[in-house]
Design a protein around this ligand. Sequence first.
Ligand code: M6R
Length: 615
Amino acid sequence: MCGIVGYIGHREAYPIILNGLKRLEYRGYDSAGIALFDGEDIKLSKTKGKVNDLEKKIESEISTNGTLGIGHTRWATHGVPNDVNSHPHYSNSGNLVIIHNGIIENYESLKKELLKRGYSFASDTDTEILINLIQDIKEKENVKLGKAVQIALNQVVGAYAVAVFDKEKPNEIVVAKLGSPLAIGIGDGEFFIASDATPFLEYTKNAIYLEDEEMAIIRKHKDVKIRKIKDDSLVNPYVQELQMNLEQIEKGGYDHFMLKEIFEQPSAIKDTYRGRLLSKEAIIKMAGVEDNMKKFINAERIIFIACGTSWHAGLVAEYIFEDLVRIPVEVEYASEFRYRNPVIKENDVVIAISQSGETADTLAAIKLAKSKGAFVFGVCNVVGSSIARESNAGAYTHAGPEIGVASTKAFTTQITLLTLIALRLARAKGTISSSDYRLHLLELEMIPEKVNDALKSEAHIKKIADIYKDVHNFLYLGRGYNFPVALEGALKLKEISYIHAEGYPAAEMKHGPIALIDDNMPIVVIATKKGHYDKIVSNIQEIKSRKGKIIAIVTEGDTSVKELADHVIEVPETLESLTPLLTTIPLQLLSYHIAVMLDKNVDQPRNLAKSVTVE
Ligand code: M6R
């Protein structure tokens, strides 16, 4: 979590950093701060709250001149969100200043040593310990800032993306990374630093993504020198051309990123299968899969590892893979997988799913699986992310930047990509007939249009949201392919509206949750025509007899459920395996509108952050 930004060059640093922090606010938003070098001294301002609060504070607190600066937006780990714990942090000398995304795990022992040496600490953060360790080394060893950072980081256990500067040498910024992302934008005699490339998109399309255990000394008007932190060896920088554009990271007329991203799903899904699904030729082409076909074909088991919404996509994939590819599948929470002693064999294929590609638990689970000999395939959205790089092979969802903290298009594009993989493997293994395969391709190709149709129910869903916005509990039920959708619907509602919601397989209801049902309880039931339709109609009847309020997601033209439900929301008909791509849409819209009506911060729900780079 946390977003970091920096600038060194010929422009005024403040507007670049401030705007950059606004773009990175999705990474953490409980406090923010900026440190600028104005030609003589460091000007630092920080506050609990959002970047807008910081902006107001800065106006009355410091002058904003200077062509060098760093900024931070925080998701608290060590120390509550308050002004003092906000970044940047000074060293005791007041000469050095740091921003940090990550966790220094051995901070206590480092702190003890520094206390003995006379250092004092104003905050409860691990970051303040790190900057004083750097100062201590710099003075003790009489070395330059870069060297001091390097020596300090070799003593540190944990994860970090840091940027440090020294007011005595205000022509350079030192950055380093392990476990948290860090991109360097290369301009003409100017350099940008950020947790992702969005803060500098309008200035340059050239970026270097630091690898783990690398540091860079960035010198004004000069160059970027990258070294390995461990052995000091020089690294040849690889400058990438960014494919993103500004439009993708702006709200584009929508009130919230979440709504924009919900409505982007038709095009995002198309982008996921573009160039991969060739329906005329009845071909699925994916280099990452083709190049590793033997591994997939010989897999005795597929294990999906992921967190949150991505884990739900893995659950949908479990149904698709077992159904079509006939390979046993397990779906694991990365956070649990990494800390038990899982049985992993060399013939296991692990598919790691992550929108951000930075989720710490998923990354650690990948490392564990690899260490036990498994082949790891990454399904990520963010190009060049840590998970994408750590995996043996992979494929991108190409959903475009997802900025709303609540995942929407990430979910449907992950399912689209996983469906493509399943279909390709099923074809290769001969577990799907040629007619069924062709039908799947044609239907998948029609999904964007059908998602578009599903989105047309927004006004109707808004009315339903208005009726139920004040309840305290929701239940979501689904069966088969739509059980994970029920889980996802409940997650969407709770994370942005703070209404308690639970997702359940509909048939499990009678084993406990049915006790919750009374005439105040809204129950969202996914009851599309294909699959277990009759069974779910029986479940609806059970709810009805207990006076629960039923909001049913049904297939267009359905009449049976209509007679029983209090409200129905229609989605177009498709193959059973593809229904999650449609049934998810009304659930996203329902949560969105309830949260807006409750006046919640939809894009930045409390206590959350977009990428969870801490355990
Ligand atoms: O970036 P990832 O897909 O690895 O993130 C995993 C979860 O943190 C994420 O899906 C989270 O659950 C969503 N914000 C939920 O909407």
